[in-house]
Ligand binder design. Structure first.
Ligand SMILES: O=c1ccn([C@@H]2O[C@H](COP(=O)(O)O)[C@@H](O)[C@H]2O)c(=O)[nH]1
Length: 233
């Protein structure tokens, strides 16, 4: 059986609540994403606890700093046994290359991916940042730089997935947050698609948080989403 396509974003401020959901899941059904909130509250031990349960854990800390600092942070993250880590592509080529090199001698080598432009960003917000390219072009540019720096893939929106698969090749992983099943609340996301639309567009992994964690029955919400993409597995 192939790896699970769904990565549940565990954005909780209550560890018990998060673990109650995790206990209902299994590592064949989904991977788990730990982001800034839970890592800041509960630290490396929480991450190791999820790894010990057999889950693919994506540690989504989006490192963005000088090359030496990011390289050391990546090494520290790899030691937690996680499956995937990330940096911001806008940290630049040298930063990404140093992060790549830093993982070379680690026993556990997580997938190393780069965030392009956040899925919450729309054209209007983007234009305020003063980039010379358009939003989609900037994503394509950062994805190319990430690939050239030896990274395994990028975080992008599913809106860019088709273009990036053509540009970067089928093995370059596309991780897409901003996934909203039909009828679910968009919240602060801008560039969204449904799970099956995103997979059709070329996404490799779907990051899904609130449509699952805020549902009346999170486990059922995850099962419904899994059923909706069964033809893609
Ligand atoms: O561009 C990005 C990068 C990361 N995220 C993270 O994904 C989840 C999405 O959660 P939802 O509740 O499904 O919106 C969240 O943890 C973000 O930090 C992203 O949304 N966009």
């Amino acid at each position: 059986m192939s790896e699970p396509k769904i990565l549940v974003a565990l954005d909780y401020n209550d560890k018990k609540e998060a673990l109650a959901l995790v206990e209902q899941l299994n590592p064949k059904l989904c991977g788990l994403k730990v982001g800034k909130e839970m890592f800041t509250l509960f630290g490396p031990d929480f991450v190791k606890e999820l790894v010990a349960k057999g889950y693919n854990v994506f540690l989504d800390l989006k490192f963005h700093d000088i090359p030496n600092t990011v390289a050391k942070a990546c090494q520290a993250a790899a030691k937690l046994g996680v499956w995937m880590i990330n940096v911001h592509a806008s940290g630049g080529r040298v930063m990404m290359e140093k992060a790549r090199e830093a993982l070379e001698h680690e026993e556990n080598k997580p997938l190393l991916i780069a965030v392009t432009m956040l899925t919450s960003m729309n054209e209007q917000v983007f234009s305020e940042l003063g980039y010379q390219r358009g939003l989609a072009e900037q994503v394509a540019h950062l994805a190319q730089m990430s690939r050239d720096s030896g990274l395994d893939g990028v975080v992008c929106s599913s809106w860019e997935a088709k273009q990036l698969k053509q540009q970067c090749g089928k093995d370059f992983k596309l991780i897409t947050p901003g996934i909203r099943p039909e009828g679910s609340d968009k919240g602060d996301q801008s560039r969204i698609m449904t799970p099956s639309q995103a997979l059709n567009a070329g996404s490799d992994y779907l990051v899904i948080g609130r449509p699952i964690t805020q549902a009346n029955n999170p486990y059922q919400a995850l099962c419904d989403i899994s059923d909706s993409i069964v033809s893609h597995l």
